[in-house]
Design a binder for this molecule. Structure first.
Ligand code: GLN
Length: 281
């Protein structure tokens, strides 16, 4: 079987199984196996595939056709220009979360000495970006899942951060830090229980449910973290949230109820209100 034949067979199979963008999926998986760029495949269409390569391609195909997300199959994802390993114990970092990083980067000068707390670290993407972008600052990150903390530590190593981040494996409700923080940032589980049932199988069957949904009205963690922020933020202190589509007005009200001022909403590249942040004075 040649590269082109492999891609065509895989594309047809994924298409029949109802996978979106089957050709790109087929090409990305094969490029990963052959350790080349996707576009390089076009220069080697006639190259025969080795038995071992075909075997791995078949395994990938089986997983992808059961709707396992491509990122878990490949084992890594790019976020804000950095590489992060991912597995089923963590949420796959999303492109819109880069807006959260961008907003914080535009708000504080890089050379500031801030103490950041990232709540719900998952793969560690937010904490690791912050540590990279603010070299003088300290970063603490917390997650309830021990598997997430282990993976986030691996990702810290992968990104050569030299143990700059402090990892805490705990429920935010029980977290009583010795020192308060200047900035809290979080992309909490914000999908409501009703909306959760409508999500695509890639998400519902594979990504950790408690990283996606609060199994309530979607606002539970905004309430909880805004209240908690009053206890563990310095003054002035800052809170930055990613929010789901249509949640920005409710989250703004929660901010104001919890003593935050200068609350600002920022849109993402699809023009959806995606980040809400404010100041505690
Ligand atoms: N902090 C991670 C992210 O933003 C994980 C968030 C989560 O699990 N809800 O991608």
């Amino acid at each position: 079987m040649t590269v082109l034949e492999g891609i065509q067979l895989t594309t047809d199979y994924l298409d029949k199984k109802g996978i979106d963008s089957p050709r790109i999926n087929a090409e990305i998986m094969l490029a990963h196996i052959l350790k080349c760029k996707r576009l390089d495949l076009y220069l080697s269409f006639d190259k025969p595939l080795k038995d071992e390569e075909i075997k791995v391609y078949r395994e990938f195909l089986k997983r992808r056709s059961s709707f396992e997300p491509l990122q878990y199959i490949l084992g890594s994802v790019e976020f804000y220009g950095l590489e992060f390993m991912v597995n089923k114990s963590v949420l796959i970092p999303r492109q819109e979360t880069e807006i959260l990083i961008e907003t914080i980067l535009n708000y504080f000068p890089k050379e500031n000495k801030l103490s950041f707390l990232d709540i719900g670290t998952g793969s560690g993407n937010i904490a690791i970006c912050l540590a990279k972008l603010f070299p003088e600052s300290t970063v603490t990150t917390i997650d309830i899942s021990p598997d997430s903390i282990n993976l986030a530590k691996e990702n810290e190593k992968l990104n050569n951060l030299d143990e700059r981040i402090k990892f805490v494996n705990a429920d935010i409700k029980d977290f009583n830090p010795e020192n308060n923080f200047d900035v809290i940032v979080s992309n909490p589980p914000y999908v409501s229980i009703n909306e959760y049932k409508t999500l695509q199988p890639e998400i519902v069957n594979y990504e950790p449910a408690n990283a996606i949904s609060d199994f309530g009205n979607g606002l539970k963690f905004y309430e909880l973290i805004s209240e908690k922020a009053n206890l563990i933020l310095n003054k002035p202190g800052y809170l930055f949230f990613e929010v789901g589509k249509g949640q920005h007005s409710d989250v703004k009200i929660i901010f104001e109820k919890n003593n935050f001022r200068n609350v600002i909403v920022k849109k993402d590249f699809l023009n959806i209100e995606r980040v809400v942040y404010g100041e505690l004075v």
